[in-house]
Design a protein around this ligand. Structure first.
Ligand code: GLY
Ligand code: MN
Ligand code: MN
Length: 455
């Protein structure tokens, strides 16, 4: 694939924004935060909306866009900064890299804020500056209104269907994440702790000059959905769940989960449940194409899992009845996936504006409430597909759940699967005109292939 130039791609985005939004738009990048003194900085991450139109991370900058033109506002570092940070590109050089039409010192932005729409930046000092310069309070997420709501809807439309510039970056993030997972599998036989496997995986990401798109989950307690500790020792009978994804220097993410046996070989009970999750994963991807409702894909995953658990004797009843009463959610309590792009849960800073079709709201059903995406699929969307099976003590020992589902769970049979705490299989699926392309397909999902990578 021919690489699209940054400037050409960014200009197309700005022109599309101008077609959708008549008023000026100002987006701030945010600023790097010091830890205990200003030069001891936590890693700077520019706002994703800024990155979409500016293309590269610039600490403490703003862009003002109107009629397809972009003005960049940023300060050059003071001369003494070179002692600590070396020579850094000046405003004019950065403006040339991103195809800015004009560049100004940041102070001049205050002259140009009239009637501008914006999106709240997450970092608090810049957020206060944003409200001060616009002379109004800027609302967050679901409370957006007026100009800012119109802008958010236009940005969602653009960012939901990835352009060639985005896809170039997303493919790089996916490829590096695939390598990271292979390194994690290969490191397992020499590792004694979760932390060592995490190190092997993140080492690949860092070696590609990328960072992690989110805090890695590398754990023998896969039932803790967002487990962020790495201190457990590995035991031969454990399954290890690794949810690790890279982010490119310009901010584009991948999000992959694989589950493998620490010993290299799945036990028969582990394999039985793994095959059910894999069947859900494969059947979902096979059904995806433009026009298909993502909620239907979620319900398909729930149905395949319910059917598999009935076949194993863990659940009792008809799969469709089990899904209708949310019994599957005892073991698969989250949604089947989400939008992916500049953020791992893309655009969730806008609440459900991106994830939910206008007029749709979150269900209060146990089996649907955590569904993060409820829209028809469109060509150019990138979504994750990540079904799972978990034995979460907080769910399975909850007295209300046990009472409600006492007749549909065979608890004695379930106890035979005690060596499975959590299994998830997650891939990044691009919707194409005719179906799908799995950007992370180079990483195997089949038991035999995973075993071969670990052993
Ligand atoms: N890595 C977080 C998620 O899969 O949603
Ligand atoms: Mn995910
Ligand atoms: Mn994930």
């Amino acid at each position: 694939m021919v690489a699209q130039s940054l400037i050409e791609g960014l200009k197309q985005r700005r022109n599309k924004l101008a077609q959708a939004v008549a008023q000026p738009v100002i987006l701030w990048s945010g600023r790097g935060v010091g830890r205990n003194f200003p030069a001891n900085k936590l890693a700077f991450r520019a706002s994703s909306h800024f990155l979409y139109f500016a293309g590269i991370p610039i600490d403490n900058a703003a862009v003002r866009m109107e009629d397809g033109k972009l003005e960049l506002f940023m300060d050059n570092p003071p001369p003494q900064a070179t002692l600590w940070h070396g020579e850094t590109p000046q405003r004019e050089e950065i403006g040339a890299i991103i195809g800015a039409d004009r560049v100004y010192p940041l102070a001049e932005l205050s002259q140009k804020t009239k009637d501008a729409a914006t999106i709240a930046v997450q970092e608090s000092t810049t957020y206060q500056e944003q409200c001060r310069l616009l002379d109004r309070s800027v609302a967050f997420s679901d409370r957006l209104k007026d100009l800012d709501l119109e802008l958010a809807k236009a940005v969602v439309k653009l960012r939901s269907q990835h352009d060639p510039l985005a896809l170039q970056e997303l493919r790089q993030a996916a490829a590096v994440s695939v390598e990271a997972h292979k390194a994690g599998m290969a490191a397992t036989k020499h590792s004694t702790t979760e932390a060592q496997i995490r190190g092997a995986m993140e080492g690949v990401i860092i070696a590609h000059n990328m960072c992690c798109a989110y805090n890695s989950i590398v754990t023998v307690h896969g039932e803790v959905l967002h487990n962020e500790t790495y201190s457990n020792k590995l035991q031969p009978q454990d399954l290890l769940l690794a949810d690790v994804g890279a982010e490119t220097p310009n901010g584009w993410a991948a999000d992959i989960t694989r589950t493998w046996a620490v010993s290299g070989k799945f036990s028969s009970t582990q394999k039985d449940l793994y095959e059910i999750v894999l069947a859900a994963h494969d059947r979902c991807i096979a059904q995806m194409r433009p026009g298909v409702e993502y909620q239907e894909i979620h319900l398909l995953a729930a149905g395949v899992i319910a059917e598999g658990l009935v076949d194993l004797g863990i659940l009792k009843g008809k799969p469709q009845d089990l899904v209708a009463t949310d019994a599957h959610a005892l073991f698969f309590p989250h949604g089947v996936g989400h939008l992916l792009g500049l953020d791992v849960h893309d655009m969730e800073d806008l609440g459900d504006i991106a994830g939910y079709e206008p007029g749709r709201t979150r269900s209060d059903r146990f089996g649907l409430g955590y569904l993060r995406l409820n829209r028809p699929l469109q060509s150019g969307m990138l979504v994750t597909i990540e079904p799972g099976f978990y034995q979460v003590p907080a769910i399975l020992s909850d007295s209300n759940f046990r009472a409600k589902y006492q007749d549909v769970v065979d608890w004695e049979r379930l106890a035979q699967f005690g060596d499975v705490k959590g299994i998830r299989i997650e891939d990044d699926v691009l919707i194409t005109d005719s179906g799908t392309e799995v950007l992370t397909a180079q990483l195997p999902t089949k038991v035999a292939e995973i075993e071969a990578l670990v052993l």
